[in-house]
Design a protein around this ligand. Structure first.
Ligand code: MN
Length: 630
């Protein structure tokens, strides 16, 4: 059959649906805790570029944070590398409005510069949303995107409550169009949109706005394929899919399924199945490498319709609870989530509101008293610092969290002074070379602690590569004259606080002060580790070697009422007291970060600070004494 030109297609009534591929962003964020590495994207990139996708979503969302925090990869570098090998298809990213790719509101100058650099490094389309659907939080990102020549996909988060209905969504879409959107996205991040609701919503949107409608849904409850089909019948312009081997469950519907369903119809996107099969085969193999990160919650889960919790959030909650050895309380936490959501005015559950609600719900369950501990983020939310949700906030909880402090009613970012210059000065003190790059400065501004650590590791890795090259070998060779290695298997996995690292021992050095240096590749990166104590090596059932480096916590166990501990496992962000300080019951002594949220830790009794067992950055657990008051 001869190919139809677009003119002929139009006359023949063909309206092929456009497809965006999410494999390089949301699919692995939903299935593999966002761990897919650039090195596993590059070999297949050219093929993906050939498919004829309307766009490829490959950046933003959680990929930025995960890259620097866990993968030790520069997210900016990923963007540039992929752009080089994928010149044809537009690149799309997910941007959390004023939160960018972080978890708090940044100043307007940070938003403008970030959008500018994202576009210059290769992003074509920015899907911009706000977790509360507060459109004031999108203003700056829209303005910057339009200024720097990007396309804006204005989004609203789809959620269900008595304050959310299709009339509200149509109203939001109209305002998004007025603000300059080139397309409107229905962001159904939890997969709540049912087929007939989609038909109704898309029909209404098509009547109300003239820009293309883009539907983003997840297959968590296995409705998404039908939902897409009804949306297509109602005239949706673009849908989000993933390659089959990275699709379904908490991810998106498989592109091949959609292509097969639509084959021969007026909506036929006309994609090359043989090419798609090659890509699917590739990811089938790649996915095996990330087995450790597969969520336990990737199957069909209709409970999502009850709890409205996105897949990524469920696995986060599970991880948090298992660290606490409280996985058996998962159902209680899942049931507490909708109650907290109601108290907070029914925010859609998406980053960062999903973390705020999820952590607060976890605390409410684990502490045995609702809102006994209120995280800093919950407090800021109650204050209005994230904007305005669609429903009313529970007044009592608000009073408990905010007290007499003034509430914010303006656009929250109006209260934030420009940040970039101050940030640059701080970074210059910490890492001169990073301060020279605008991209590094932005990374640092959004994730100060993680970024410094990342820069340092990056600098060291560069140095080490140079050193090794100079010596003409790997550091392991140097030590081969030493006694044989203590550890027989040279490759194993290490689990630290739920994170799994692939470790390969390259060799060891001469024992010296502070221990014996080991040259170890952690997730492919060469590191030098000083091992002071014994290495505990345990053979697991599957024959894999799990190993923990010795050196356990030496903090005393909680025994006394003046022993201050943490309500949940996390790391110490700030210490607010010194030994000898007089403190009153209820006073803040520490700030802990857990699940990317901060909580204040209070002393339960009045007295004098007798001892502090932690320093900033320490990982801590609930049974340990962090500060002793007596
Ligand atoms: Mn999503």
């Amino acid at each position: 059959m001869p190919k139809l030109t677009s003119e002929k297609k139009r006359k023949s009534g063909a309206t092929p649906v456009k497809i965006m591929d999410t494999t390089l962003r949301d699919a692995h964020q939903s299935l593999l805790a966002t761990r897919l590495r650039t090195e596993d994207m590059l070999p297949i990139a050219a093929k993906i570029d050939k498919v004829g996708y309307a766009a490829i979503e490959m950046w933003g969302g959680a990929t930025f944070d995960t890259s620097i925090r866990y993968l030790r990869e520069d997210p900016w570098e990923r963007l540039r590398k992929l752009k080089k090998v994928m010149p044809k298809t537009p690149f799309q990213m997910l941007l959390r409005g004023q939160n960018l790719v972080g978890y708090r509101h940044y100043a307007d100058d940070v938003v403008e510069r970030f959008v500018d650099r994202a576009i210059s490094n290769g992003i074509d389309i920015l899907r911009i949303f706000d977790a509360l659907n507060d459109l004031r939080n999108l203003k700056m990102a829209f303005k910057a995107t339009l200024k720097y020549g990007g396309k804006v996909e204005g989004s609203f988060c789809y959620t269900l409550s008595r304050f959310h209905n299709n009339n509200l969504f149509v109203e939001l879409a109209k305002r998004l169009e007025d603000m300059g959107s080139d397309a409107i996205c229905i962001k159904d991040m939890a997969g709540l949109l049912s087929p007939y609701a989609a038909f109704d919503l898309v029909s209404k949107l098509k009547e109300a706005v003239s820009v293309p409608i883009h539907l983003h849904s997840h297959d968590t409850s296995a409705m998404a394929v039908s939902t897409y089909l009804k949306a297509i019948e109602a005239g949706v312009d673009i849908i989000d899919t993933a390659i089959s081997s990275m699709a379904s469950g908490t991810s998106h519907p498989p592109v091949e399924t959609i292509v097969n369903i639509l084959k021969g119809s007026r909506y036929d996107p006309g994609m090359d199945m043989a090419l798609l099969t090659k890509i699917a085969d590739y990811f089938k193999e790649v996915r095996k490498k990330y087995k450790e990160f597969e969520s336990d919650y990737t199957g069909v889960d209709p409970r999502v319709l009850v709890y409205q919790i996105p897949g990524g959030m469920t696995s986060n909650l599970a991880l948090q609870l298992s660290e606490q050895q409280a996985l058996d309380r998962m159902t209680e936490v899942l049931e507490e989530v909708p109650r907290v959501r109601k108290d907070l005015g029914f925010p859609p559950l998406v980053t960062p509101s999903s973390q705020i609600v999820g952590t607060q719900a976890t605390l409410n369950v684990l502490t045995g008293e609702r809102y006994k501990v209120i995280t800093t983020e919950t407090k800021n939310y109650l204050k209005g610092l994230y904007g305005k949700p669609s429903g009313p906030i529970n007044k009592e909880i608000q009073k408990k969290g905010v007290g007499g402090e003034e509430r914010v009613t303006c656009r929250p970012a109006d209260l934030i002074e420009p940040e970039l210059e101050q940030s640059r000065l701080r970074l210059r003190k910490e890492n001169k070379s990073a301060a020279k790059s605008v991209e590094d400065l932005l990374t640092y501004t959004m994730f100060p602690k993680v970024a410094l650590d990342f820069f340092e590791k990056r600098d060291n890795a560069d140095k080490r590569v140079a050193e090794v090259a100079e010596k003409g070998g790997v550091p392991a060779d140097e030590t081969s004259r030493e006694s044989p290695p203590l550890i027989a298997p040279s490759e194993f996995t290490v689990k630290v606080h739920g994170e799994t690292f692939q470790v390969k021992v390259g060799g060891m050095g001469h024992p010296g002060e502070g221990g014996r240096p080991y040259f170890i590749y952690i997730d492919g990166q060469l590191e030098e580790v000083l091992v002071e104590s014994q290495l505990e090596v345990v053979q697991s059932e599957e024959g894999r070697i799990d190993s923990r480096v010795g050196g356990r916590s030496t903090r005393p166990k909680v025994a006394d009422e003046g022993d201050v501990t943490t309500p949940m496992p996390g790391s110490v962000v700030a210490i607010k007291v010194r030994v000898g300080n007089k403190v009153k019951a209820g006073q803040v002594v520490l700030v802990i970060e857990a699940m990317k949220m901060q909580s204040e830790v209070h002393t339960p009794v009045s007295g004098v600070v007798k001892a502090i067992y932690v320093k900033e950055g320490d990982r801590v657990n609930p049974d340990e004494v962090l500060v002793r008051v007596g």
